[in-house]
Design a binder for this molecule. Sequence first.
Ligand SMILES: Nc1nc2c(ncn2[C@@H]2O[C@H](COP(=O)(O)OP(=O)(O)O)[C@@H](O)[C@H]2O)c(=O)[nH]1
Ligand SMILES: Nc1ncnc2c1ncn2[C@@H]1O[C@H](COP(=O)(O)OP(=O)(O)O)[C@@H](O)[C@H]1O
Length: 404
Amino acid sequence: MGEAPVFYVENLKDRVSNGFNLRFKGFETSIDVGDKTFVIGSNNNDSISSIEVQIYDKSRGKWVIPTVLGTEPKRYEGHSAILLNEDRIMVITWGSTPDDCIWFLEMDTEYVKQQKKALGTEVIAWSKGVRGDAEKPVVISGPSGVGKGTLINMLMKEFPTMFGFSVSHTTRAPRSMEKNGVHYHFTERSIMEKDIKDGKFLEFASVHGNLYGTSIEAVEAVTDSGKRCILDIDVQGAKSVRASSLDAVFIFISPPSMAKLEERLHLRGTETEEQIQKRLRNAKAEIEQGKSLGIFDHILCNDHLEKCYDNLKKLLGLDGTTPTNLKPSSKGINLPSKHAASKINNKILVKSEALGSGNPSKNSIVLDVSLLKGGAPGRTRGLNVFAVDPNPFSDCLNGIHKLS
Ligand SMILES: Nc1nc2c(ncn2[C@@H]2O[C@H](COP(=O)(O)OP(=O)(O)O)[C@@H](O)[C@H]2O)c(=O)[nH]1
Ligand SMILES: Nc1ncnc2c1ncn2[C@@H]1O[C@H](COP(=O)(O)OP(=O)(O)O)[C@@H](O)[C@H]1O
């Protein structure tokens, strides 16, 4: 059985002629899993960066074709790899732009690449390190015409880099201003039914006589771009999501009165009278369920639009009153290339030296591995990380102890 060599980027470049191209010495990491050594590093250029892994098979004394794990418009500067269990590696990395934050990448080491027929790895999940609820997906429900779309548009307009909309599939016909792929993926019922059967949907429901559903891909498209996902779905859908692995914040928007709701539907003018009456009949049940089923974390009354929008921002920590450590921005979590990661029971501890404005300070972050859930099925998202006291290692252990 061959010994894994010591890895330096220059050595790798000399030795490997098959595209493995780690540029920055010190920004790579390696880890042994059985008789294989996984070398993980970045290939950064001006605007884009990829994370690559190459495997050294000690039993065969051979390098295996490199795999690109992720390409993002940010630079990855520094990695650490931790073995979670025998077939799973957690790579901890630091994306320096545009949103400076810590990322966790879970890799399945047993995956055999179908296309290349070579041993490779599969990314199970990219997860952004967040604190508390700050970046959980947001599920917004409420009866037709209550103002969900209006409120979501306001959020997306004011915070375009923070939120991304999960584009649902529907069998209903598009309205005149609606664009396929932007407002909905408009689809045939038979196609959607087959996709549901094939497990491509996180949830689906029949609403006002049409089929609506959130595909796993729709949620992944948003979370992969590093944005906080917003879902506009009905109460049945919210109930399904509550029961799924997507760890979200659930908000129900209620109308000030049925009369106001009817007025809004008429003023919007996108439905026939018959369709409006159907929506109003369904609204009664939805409001009752929304308020009683215990699905929703918050209920907001949309009477005055601006006031309701302010309340929504408050709930999401966007009004400036939220304590810094709960703000949606993860900027406070700093992880330069100089850091050390270790696993203690179910906790990963990342210790780093954050170089502030001429005033070096130490950061210690704990990730609770037992909380590896929250994304579309099979993926983890928005992992909760805890900043612990910036003290020596023993104090960090105390921090861990306190959290468990
Ligand atoms: N379950 C579920 N409901 C959805 C989805 N997309 C939209 N809906 C809901 O379907 C209902 C009808 O939506 P739409 O046809 O856009 O009409 P509107 O609510 O009157 O604007 C609303 O309650 C939406 O929240 C989805 O992917 N899943
Ligand atoms: N607070 C409000 N007061 C008056 N009209 C509103 C208010 N909120 C939304 N609207 C209007 O009501 C209509 C329905 O809103 P919309 O966002 O399409 O509802 P939904 O997405 O819940 O079906 C739109 O014409 C919108 O401009």
